[in-house]
Design a protein around this ligand. Structure first.
Ligand code: URA
Length: 241
């Protein structure tokens, strides 16, 4: 296995476009996952997304198709997006690691480290207002040690972006209670974007070191969590994306 990069400095990556990052990901051999993948899964969606959804790593369907969240969890994600309502093409969807971990195991730290420069460059280029983490692994990339059960649906500031932790859609497939929680949390995303406008979010720095997030100053997480009721002013919501 090739040695993973130790930091964000991957030659040329800082100048790459989103398409060039995808091409690098597809050709990447920086960790052992490259040996077992069918296709790398760089990410997909809008070039100027309000929301960037970040999952853990591709599963079997994603590995076959080279696209993120195209299996059953992806179908649930699609139905969650329709609640807001947004299309896939309005958001960007990617993963912490871009190649499938065998048997869908958790990615190893060295695999996450190998992929880190790609994710950092994607965030820098796309400048999302909100990063919605999907599941524990993605949450802990941004907020080490945080517990999904404690922080889901509670917006937090990370750099100049609102971090919005969500349960993984696969959890919603296993439990109707968690599916309901996911739906309730997703309905609060538009409000998080509105808050990001007043915070100047989307102006991402080039500091590529992931660091712990902090609650938004002057806006307790509980306040930020109050979203529009279902059906309320959908036009206003649409204009956000
Ligand atoms: N689960 C993930 O975390 N990512 C995908 O792309 C698919 C399933």
């Amino acid at each position: 296995m090739a040695t993973p990069p130790t930091g964000p400095e991957t030659p040329g990556l800082a100048d790459d476009s989103i398409e060039a990052v995808a091409a690098r990901v597809s050709a990447c051999t920086r960790c052992g996952l490259s040996a077992t993948r069918t296709n790398a899964v760089p990410g997909d969606g809008s070039r100027s997304p309000s929301i960037m959804f970040i999952g853990e790593g591709p599963g079997s369907n994603e590995d076959q198709q080279g696209l993120p969240f195209v299996g059953r969890a992806g179908q649930l994600l699609d139905s969650l997006l329709r609640l807001i309502p947004v299309e896939r093409s309005d958001v960007y969807i990617t993963n912490i690691v871009k190649c499938r971990p065998p048997d869908n195991r958790d990615p190893y730290p060295e695999e996450t480290a190998a992929c880190r420069p790609f994710l950092e460059r994607q965030i820098d280029l796309l400048r999302p207002r909100v990063i919605a983490t999907l599941g524990r692994h993605s949450l802990n990339y941004f907020l080490p040690g945080a517990r999904i059960g404690d922080v889901h649906g509670r917006p937090t500031r990370w750099r100049d972006i609102i971090l919005f932790p969500l349960y993984h859609p696969a959890a919603g497939l296993r439990s109707s209670t968690l599916r309901q929680t996911l739906e309730e949390d997703v309905r609060r995303l538009p409000e998080a974007i509105l808050r990001s406008l007043s915070l100047g979010a989307g102006a991402v720095t080039t500091d590529t070191t992931a660091r712990a997030a902090t609650p938004v100053q002057g806006a307790p997480a509980s306040d930020l969590s109050t979203g529009p009721e279902p059906g309320e002013d959908q036009d206003r919501q649409r204009r956000l994306f």
